[in-house]
Ligand binder design. Structure first.
Ligand SMILES: Nc1ncnc2c1ncn2[C@@H]1O[C@H](COP(=O)(O)OS(=O)(=O)O)[C@@H](OP(=O)(O)O)[C@H]1O
Length: 916
């Protein structure tokens, strides 16, 4: 009960304007924890002297006996140092006896199992200060695909910590700055504490080296800090339980970055040193070598097991910028979430050499380079289980070097069995540039014949296109010919969804071909010598030894690296790079490097990331790299400017028809299957790809003022559509028509009957809307499709998580029926259509039809087809009553959504609300 009250408190507390009330709630619910509330958040640096540990010659991590008044721990060692537990407890205002006894026995004060721990969503909440180190931290987290929520520590309103159903949202909380963490307001501190205890959530705190803390002790706890240290030769503590990916007990020899490290001192057994390092300028005070070594060793990452106050924390004495910190933060998250947020230790590595035989004279491979590749491949096999170089060949360029290089080509074919091979393109041509499918086929067949003629052992099922052309954006011919000629199941590209940022690259499956993201290894076609590496060899070593390449290997369970032939010749950058990178990973981490053939690698990838199987098509024109690999005849001026989302039976066809009466507005050509609707974003048509969609629209290249729109009435209630529309048409204007949901449901039912739908003919409208969970499946299905789209608030809110309210227009469906001229005026204003068309003379009420219809020649009306504006009996009173109640809650939320959006409340909704 206390827990749920706490959750309530934590949620409410983060609602604007509730701070005062929230404080009251917390005070009420937290009686059992009152003792904690009395603890000071931070002990501000006193005017008196700090306990001067060093000058007093304290060994190791023990601290001065001049302690805070509340915690009288003395000289105890922690588990890392094999000493006895704490002999004196903190002074608690409540529960003192019990806690005291527990501490005397060396037990944690808080035992999580005793409390009712609630589940969390698995998000990571990061409190940032928007500094460079914060951005770096965010990069690390995003590279590991953690679901991250960023908040600014100084914002007066923090995000809600719990969901509406009181489930905790965050599994771990990270602060970029120790100083800010220390200076949290008392209300924020209390809420955070309550949340962390109720949900067993740990906190990670980094130090911003550029910001000096004005305190020397963390709260009132026996954890003291020293600042401005320069450190070197770090080592991760073997007996700390935090390291997992990080290999412990291996010293990294070298300076730690910067000269403003914070180090920690403690003598309490709740604290376990995780990482230690030596002072870069050693202290000379003590002469005995053992004492000196201890004195010079400082704790720079420390784990608080939460024995004091029930909250686990890991303190880092610097930002996340050092490679050990980068890995340790992952380990910290894994540890604090008891493995809930952790990846496997397996890392799959595939090194493609895309363009064997392609290269100018002077930078091609010689026989000795081939021998070196075989030798290094053997050495890498010691580091990476099953490793092979994966060679992509373009047959046309065989023997295009000088004499020595041609001997190299021949040597490569003689030694072909040592490697895996995959087909590139015969003449390295980019598929999207080829005018016809037949030409592409011809080139593929030539390359295939080359493999047959030269006994090249092709590894089945994998290919890569030159310059990634045709892979993304998808070039249909490439996919279909890859299947037909080579039976391709997997490929890779750097371009999906975009080249940058690299950590956001993803995979997808299209036409049964698994497309994997490729990683950059910082070697490029033009980088053929160490001296040509940007920054030279020191920079290359930097990327290997904890830099970008190391981070890539740590971040990605599946790594496919693109390299080029010439990286393996000249002074052999590539073999040097990979061998040393793998050595470094094996030395400082527990990751298990291995290589699988490409297709099993791809299967592994989608086992790990099944959510990526479905592609998300973006707009190629928003990324010049994508434009470069998109065929010239494709153009994004065809993409619609606006969409009518639906829902069905609200008058979408009338709006679609009226809009097209304007000369400056065009829609899609009709579909054979779904008539005026394309139905791309909501269902399986999406897997036909972007080319398929574009084909419905006229090119707008030469008529820039034409407004293109599309209407598909079932986009509105589709779970998939909002994010898909956002990806392709982020600036689109969206129109939703709102008609009384009860009327809409009734109209839909009549529509189904008119189309001879078996179930709707069998069951009455009342049967359908009142179907129960144990009703026949057919009936329940019908009910779902009849009623669900009418939950307007639910669907609207989903769209509003992807689009700004300024992009959405909610048109009153009743107005469209009864005053279409006014409705069309409002729609044109929203779409910014010029010139504005006055529909009052273009639409005329048709008595027989009972609706407004466009006026044709001789002033005759040309009404919508018989399927729109049907004649049927009115809904019975009981059904109307039932639906009124059914939609009550949603309609109530709808009215507040409309209010927030500053949109008028339709009359039908006002009528509903009157009953509340
Ligand atoms: N001017 C005009 N002419 C004809 N019909 C009109 C018009 N304006 C709005 N309506 C209402 O539109 C309802 C059909 O909605 P949709 O076009 O959205 O249907 S569909 O989802 O495309 O099938 C249709 O529903 P029914 O009356 O049930 O047939 C009409 O009520």
């Amino acid at each position: 009960m206390i827990c749920s009250s706490v959750k309530l408190a934590t949620r409410r507390c983060f609602i604007p304007g509730r701070a005062r009330r929230c404080f009251m709630v917390i005070v009420v619910v937290s009686l059992t924890s009152l003792w904690m509330l009395t603890m000071q958040i931070i002990q501000v640096r006193p005017q008196t002297h700090l306990p001067d540990v060093q000058s007093k010659g304290f060994s190791d991590h023990s601290i001065s006996r001049t302690k805070s008044p509340k915690v009288r721990g003395v000289g105890l060692a922690d588990e890392a140092h094999g000493g006895s537990p704490m002999d004196s407890p903190p002074e608690f205002e409540e529960e003192g006896t019990k806690l005291h006894q527990r501490l005397l026995k060396g037990e944690p004060v808080y035992q999580m199992a005793e409390r009712h721990i609630k589940d969390t969503e698995g998000l990571v909440l990061v409190f940032l200060e928007m500094s460079d180190s914060g951005r770096n931290l965010l990069n690390i987290l995003q590279s590991h695909r953690f679901n991250v929520k960023v908040a600014l520590v100084h914002d007066s309103v923090w995000p809600s910590l719990t969901r509406d159903d009181d489930k905790g949202l965050f599994s771990v909380i990270i602060f970029e700055s120790l100083r800010s963490y220390g200076h949290l307001s008392s209300v924020k501190t209390k809420v955070l504490q309550e949340y962390c205890r109720a949900f067993n959530v740990g906190i990670i705190i980094f130090t911003q080296p550029e910001v000096t803390s004005d305190f020397n002790q963390i709260r009132n706890f026996p954890l003291y800090i020293d600042q401005h240290a320069r450190l070197k030769d770090p080592i991760v503590n073997q007996s700390s339980s935090v390291p997992r990916i990080t290999r412990s007990n291996v010293r990294f020899f070298g300076n730690l970055p910067g000269d403003r490290w914070t180090t920690f001192r403690t003598n309490h057994s709740t604290y376990v040193p995780v990482m230690e390092a030596n002072l870069a300028v050693p202290l000379q005070v003590v002469t005995h070598p053992d004492e000196k070594a201890k004195l010079n060793s400082k704790i720079c990452v420390v784990y608080d097991r939460g024995w004091m106050d029930g909250i686990k924390r890991i303190f880092f004495g610097y930002s996340s910028n050092h490679f050990l910190h980068m890995v340790l933060v992952l380990d910290s998250i894994a540890h604090l979430t008891a493995g809930k947020l952790q990846t496997d230790l397996d890392r799959y590595v595939l090194i493609d050499i895309d363009d064997i035989f392609v290269g100018k004279i002077g930078i091609r491979l010689k026989a000795s380079d081939i021998e070196n590749m075989i030798k290094v491949q053997g050495e890498i096999q010691e580091l990476v289980k099953g490793f092979r170089f994966n060679l992509g060949y373009s047959g046309k360029f065989f023997q295009h070097g000088d004499e020595e290089e041609n001997a190299g080509d021949r040597k490569l074919l003689q030694e072909a069995k040592h490697f895996w091979w995959f087909p590139h393109m015969w003449d390295h041509m980019q598929p999207h540039l080829l005018k016809t499918k037949a030409k592409l086929k011809e080139l593929m067949l030539l390359n295939k014949q080359f493999a047959v003629d030269n006994n090249i052992p092709i590894m089945k099922g994998y290919s890569v296109a030159p310059h990634h052309s045709g892979v993304y954006p998808v070039h249909e011919d490439l996919y279909s010919l890859w299947k037909e000629i080579w039976g391709i199941d997997a490929t890779s590209t750097e371009e999906y969804p975009h080249l940058r940022p690299a950590h956001r690259r993803r995979g997808f499956i299209y036409k049964d071909i698994m497309v994997l993201p490729r990683q950059t290894c910082t070697l490029f076609t033009k980088t053929n010598f160490f001296s040509e590496y940007n920054g030279g060899k020191p920079a290359l070593d930097g990327t290997i030894q904890g830099g970008e390449l190391f981070a890539t290997l740590v971040s990605n369970p599946v790594n496919i690296f693109m390299t080029h032939m010439s990286n393996y010749g000249s002074d052999r950058l590539a073999t040097y790079t990979f061998k040393h990178a793998f050595q470094f990973v094996n030395t400082y981490t527990n990751l298990k490097l291995q290589t699988l053939p490409p297709v099993p690698t791809a299967k592994k990838y989608f086992e790990l990331y099944p959510q990526e199987k479905q592609p998300l098509w973006g707009n190629p024109c928003e990324d010049h790299r994508l434009m470069e690999v998109w065929a010239e005849d494709k153009d994004c001026t065809r993409l619609p400017n606006s969409l009518i989302l639906g829902p069905q039976k609200t008058g979408t066809t009338a709006l679609y028809t009226f809009l097209q009466m304007h000369k400056g507005i065009v829609s899609n050509r009709p579909s054979e299957k779904t008539f005026e609707e394309v139905q791309f974003f909501n269902g399986d048509n999406y897997y036909n790809g972007l080319d398929w969609y574009l084909d419905f629209f006229p090119s707008n290249k030469n008529q820039s003022n034409v407004h293109i729109f599309e209407k598909s009435a079932n986009y509105f209630d589709s779970a998939q559509a909002p994010k898909r529309v956002k990806a392709l048409l982020p600036k689109a204007k969206l129109i939703v028509i709102l008609l009384d949901p009860a009327k809409r449901a009734h109209s839909w039912y009549q529509h189904m009957r008119a189309h001879d739908d078996e179930a709707s003919l069998q069951y009455s409208f009342r049967d359908v809307i009142t179907a129960k969970p144990d009703s026949p499946k057919l009936l329940r299905e019908l009910q779902k499709h009849c009623l669900e789209p009418g939950k307007y608030a639910t669907h609207l809110q989903r769209w509003l998580t992807h689009f700004s309210s300024r992009q959405m227009f909610l048109l009153d469906g009743e107005m469209l029926k009864t005053n279409p001229a006014l409705a069309m005026l409002r729609v044109q204003k929203f779409l910014k259509i010029k010139p504005t068309l006055n529909y009052s003379r273009l639409l005329k009420y048709d008595r027989q039809k009972g609706f407004y219809c466009p006026v044709g020649p001789k002033n005759r009306t040309r009404c919508l087809g018989k399927g729109k504006g049907r004649k049927y009996a009115e809904m019975d009173y009981e059904s109307a009553e039932f639906l009124q109640a059914f939609y009550r809650q949603d309609n109530l939320i709808l009215s507040s959504v409309l209010e927030k959006l500053n949109q008028p409340i339709p009359d039908w909704l006002n009528d509903h609300l009157k009953d509340f």
